[in-house]
Design a protein around this ligand. Structure first.
Ligand SMILES: C[S@@+](CC[C@H](N)C(=O)[O-])C[C@H]1O[C@@H](n2cnc3c(N)ncnc32)[C@H](O)[C@@H]1O
Length: 296
């Protein structure tokens, strides 16, 4: 996934503007996992968004290693770790492809040394079948593979924005052509096309959450599903999130003279909902998915 690996990709802005995952979800993962907690590897870790949460929320693994193919992301993650050296003493980061565990000591790589492997908001960029095979080779028997993430947004109180965001994300004349494929389509379909191999894994849990799980036009204050991602953001803050998208990064390079595509989107939102302003705080929910499984 080339844009995240670009040396001019703003990994700091990514870290500040991407959502984190709810505590309640880590409790569900904590309960799912059985047995020893020596080594957890978080592949496609980016600047460590989930890696640091895994360290604080599960807080029970002896060693946690975040890996990412992008040295820009790994460098950012290392900077964050240096800011809290005591809290994250058991966390380290390596530049590595998700299907390569040779960063482990020679006696550990491909020897079922991991108790948990996580892939958060990234497995759609992998060669998925190769990744799940390598994950199975590196997990101990009964070790947990946990894959989760989020797709598009929806706006419970302002449903007309749902269409505008779909247009921005996938429109032919908007960001649609600037996504790497087929990865983005896997994400759009919330990984329903990516199946875990039942000859490698057992106790498979496969869940998605979409706007149809939420009563239309209603505020959502409760947490109806384990991976419920909702935040009150201003339109400008939401734009900060859009600007972390790889497609936005590519679009920007291709349109140096055009009015920013994010600003165009906000203008359309304000046309449809004139009562809003760029600083109005509105609820943004994300469609989410997760897959848990145990290695056989
Ligand atoms: C959207 S970010 C997710 C980062 C983080 N896990 C999170 O939850 O925000 C996707 C990350 O996957 C990484 N990535 C893409 N393809 C990869 C691969 N084949 N192996 C390892 N990392 C990869 C990218 O460099 C990027 O940092």
């Amino acid at each position: 996934m080339s844009q995240f690996a670009a040396t001019d990709f703003d990994a700091q802005a990514y870290f500040s503007n991407r959502p984190t995952y709810p505590d309640s979800f880590y409790n569900v993962l904590d309960r799912y996992h059985k047995g020893p907690r020596r080594l957890l590897v978080d592949v496609g870790c980016g600047p460590g968004v989930a890696t640091f949460q895994l360290a604080s929320r599960l807080n029970s693994f002896d060693e946690i290693v975040g890996t990412d193919i992008s040295s820009t992301m790994v460098e950012r993650a290392r900077v964050c770790k240096r800011q809290k050296p005591d809290e994250f003493a058991n966390v380290s980061f390596e530049v590595s492809s998700a299907d390569d565990f040779t960063f482990l000591e020679a006696d550990k790589a491909n020897k079922h040394a991991c108790d948990m492997i996580t892939a958060v908001e990234c497995a759609h960029w992998f060669k998925f079948n190769k990744f799940q095979k390598v994950a199975a080779e590196n997990l101990r028997k009964g070790g947990t593979l946990a894959i989760w993430g989020y797709g598009g947004a929806f706006f419970p109180e302002f449903p007309k924005i749902d269409k505008l965001i779909m247009d921005l994300t996938y429109g032919e004349n908007e960001l649609g052509p600037y996504w790497d494929q087929p990865g983005r389509n896997y994400l759009k379909n919330l990984y329903q096309d990516l199946r875990l191999d039942e000859t490698l894994f057992t106790d498979i849990e496969d869940e998605i959450f979409t706007e149809t799980d939420v009563r239309s036009n209603e505020h959502v204050h409760t947490e109806p599903v384990p991976l419920f991602m909702s935040k009150f953001l201003t339109l400008d803050e939401y734009l900060g999130f859009v600007r972390t998208w790889s497609s936005y990064h590519t679009w920007k390079k291709n349109h140096p003279q055009t009015e920013d595509i994010g600003d165009q989107f906000v203008k359309r939102v304000l046309d449809v909902y004139p009562e809003l302003s760029r600083t109005s705080r509105i609820q943004v929910c994300l469609k989410t998915f997760y897959k848990f499984a145990r290695a056989m």
